[in-house]
Design a protein around this ligand. Structure first.
Ligand code: HPA
Length: 287
């Protein structure tokens, strides 16, 4: 496993990167979709895809994590125009918060008003076994990082309300779409940690006490940036392992990828069906 060093070249702005994408595709995304580990299969479901590798976009950093590609895909999923980010940026790679939120800000620049985030996570609550799909109902940010620190960016609010960071209506759409496919989505609180080491058993006991149901190393910076731009958010965790100390097996990234790939295929179907419903709802609204 060779990690590429995080590049230090000048970072593009959301505007400059949106411009580069506009030059490559006419798709004007209604939703941004950020794919977590093992969810690459979602890409194959995009119709009329325009694939733009990050390295072809000036000012776009590269990802360095095995299991995370590095490209945008513009196209339609479930009939809805989308910007897919395949390969997300994590703070543990050494990326600053601005990079973690860059894809979401680019999507907002392109007109997206919905964020769909996915991730792999460790299950803490007793019923959250590997393979469970969990609709995030709220989060606890334990990373100490926030992409809104610094000057207020064009189009963002300084103090976004996070009372309903995860949109109730979108959650209901995803839950109903899953149910129709025979997938029961649970609901839970996501705890974001910095990583990249997994938690200790003592930390997992602490997280449980804090009301955290699943633990992971992503998603929260993206949701915060999306809320600052008034985007509606929905996020789903795939439980890839019981959190540290809750099962006898030691944790490994390979296990996370393997379970993630299997659960990812199920989540991909749920997401596509959800976007179909959302596309239907939006065309109703437009009437
Ligand atoms: N902890 C943190 N992040 C994770 C885990 C975990 O157990 N599993 C997948 N991502």
């Amino acid at each position: 496993m060779t990690d590429r060093a995080v590049e230090t070249g000048a970072l593009g702005t959301p505007e400059s990167i949106a411009r580069a994408l506009r030059a490559r595709s006419d798709v004007r995304p209604a939703a941004a979709i950020v794919l977590g580990s093992g969810l690459g299969v979602v890409e194959t479901r995009v119709t009329d895809p325009m694939v733009v590798p990050f390295r072809e976009i000036p000012g776009m950093p590269g990802t360095s994590v095995v299991g995370h590609a590095g490209r945008f895909v513009l196209g339609r999923l479930g009939g809805l125009p989308v910007l897919l980010q395949s390969g997300r940026f994590h703070a543990y790679e050494g990326h600053p918060p601005a990079v973690l939120a860059l894809g979401v800000r680019v999507a907002a620049e392109l007109g997206a008003s919905v964020l769909v985030a996915t991730n792999a996570a460790g299950g803490i609550r007793d019923d959250l076994e590997p393979g469970a799909l969990v609709l995030i109902e709220d989060h606890v940010n334990l990373t100490g990082l926030n992409p809104l620190v610094g000057p207020v960016q064009e189009g963002e609010t300084r103090f976004p309300d996070m009372t309903e960071a995860y949109d109730a209506e979108l959650r209901a759409i995803v839950a109903a779409s899953g149910a129709r496919l025979g997938e029961t989505l649970r609901s839970g609180v996501y705890g974001a940690v910095l990583g990249p080491s997994y938690e200790t058993p003592a930390e997992v006991r602490m997280l449980r006490t804090l009301g955290v149901d699943v633990v992971g190393m992503s998603t929260v910076p993206e949701v915060i940036a999306a809320r600052a731009r008034d985007m509606r958010c929905v996020a789903v965790s795939m439980v890839t392992n019981r959190a540290a100390g809750l099962s006898v097996a030691p944790l490994s990234h390979e296990e996370v990828l393997e379970v993630g790939t299997r659960a990812g295929a199920r989540l991909a179907r749920v997401l596509e069906a959800s976007l179909e419903r959302l596309a239907g709802a939006q065309s109703m609204e437009a009437k």
